[in-house]
Design a protein around this ligand. Sequence first.
Ligand code: ADP
Length: 496
Amino acid sequence: MTVVLDRNVEEFIATPRQLFINGQWADAASGKTFETPNPATGETLARVAEGDKEDIDRAVRAARRAFEEGPWSRMTPSERGRVVWKIGDLILEHVDELAQLESLDNGKPFAVAQAADVPLSADLFHYMAGWATKIEGNTIDISVPYMPGANFHSYTLREPIGVVGQIIPWNFPLLMAAWKLGPALAAGCTVVLKPAEQTPLSALRLAELIAEAGVPEGVVNVVPGFGETAGAALAGHMDVDKVAFTGSTEVGKLIVAAAGASNLKKLTLELGGKSPNIVFEDAMEGAVEGAANAIFFNHGQCCVAGSRLFVHQTRFDEVVGGVSEIAKSIKLGSGLEAGTQMGPLVSEEQFQRVSGYLESGQAEGATAVVGGGRFGDRGFFIEPTVLVNTHGNMKVVKEEIFGPVVVAAPFSDLDDIAAQANDTEYGLGAGIWTKDIGKAHALAKKIRAGTVWINCYNVFDAALPFGGYKQSGWGREMGHEVLNNYTEVKAVTTQL
Ligand code: ADP
């Protein structure tokens, strides 16, 4: 049985989609469009206007006007918070529709998008709505030793940073839009959002809901297009105050260079990962399922995927065997087919990339306990794969694969496991499975990563800050931490 498409979804994909600039739908200045394919079949799903430099410029001008002139800038925090809350409500009113769009465009199972991506997106807006009224400065008692006897009144103001460029990836298209837009709007910023070229649809539908929620024109602009053109134009724009980026470390470095070569705009970066997932000899049974979920959730297309599995040598065969059994049982298929547990990878390019890693791993001597190649002969499906007999210098061990491929290695030395876990240029996440809570917390302290999960994995919440150490990024998203990235602090001092 296949999910029956909502009428709104059918209409949405049947009509060429335009750019959303200053509250209006518009073609690209060049008139160009691009196609977004259905990754389950490789066929065209929808046509979308292809934004470029000129469109980004138009969108930035609209965002600047909306930031400087209002009505957005004149709204009270309470009014702003209510509008942001309403976005969350509207998302919840359209869960199935948004989940279908996400499944069609990205390939992920409808049931997963319906249970996770869409409700989490709504929750993010609801969480951030509350912060709109709680962004505060401090009063500070100052000493000024070179002005003896003088009295002062000093305080800080926390002000919105201004016009924000947001460049997001394709693995959780709606959720990444929410992670970025929620805090920007709560803080009072205005935004130009560029969705990934592989998955522009849900952000365009979200733009409609954002307008319906009462966000004034120009506050949120959505410009789909390619990274090297539209994305680069946003990163290098002279009138963008900040860029928030999620994507590969390679492109993150290009964004840093573009900011440096233009106006030194502020940056936050959420980049790649090669996260260790560590199973101790005393781990409970759930560790096997947990390790499988850590890598196979979202087809391994998670920056925080538990892609390096370390298992204590006394349980290596059992845990790797268990994860491999789960891998074998995963039902692959189109995201809209009932019962599908894993869909295709997002694109042909990603399919080729992951296939290349599988070949290189096996050529370097790794063995696939399960999987190791393509699934079927249509669409971009890769078999869930567990690789063993690996060593630290293999590409599959060092580099982010971004597919359903885990490398498993035994460990014996408890003192050494932190060093092994940290032996990566990344530092996004880590998992620890043990009943010994002292050992778990001691290791959690030693791991250089922005998130550590103990006896669980892939637990996300709007209230929990998320981001990376080392080359996994700069800054944190979600939680109240994220608001620091969307505000500037101004110190004001009066002599009394
Ligand atoms: P992936 O390699 O997994 O597709 P990317 O890091 O290339 O991930 O893409 C993440 C986002 O960055 C996408 O929206 C993409 O269009 C954008 N992007 C890619 N290249 C650039 C660039 N040079 N400048 C700005 N944005 C870019």
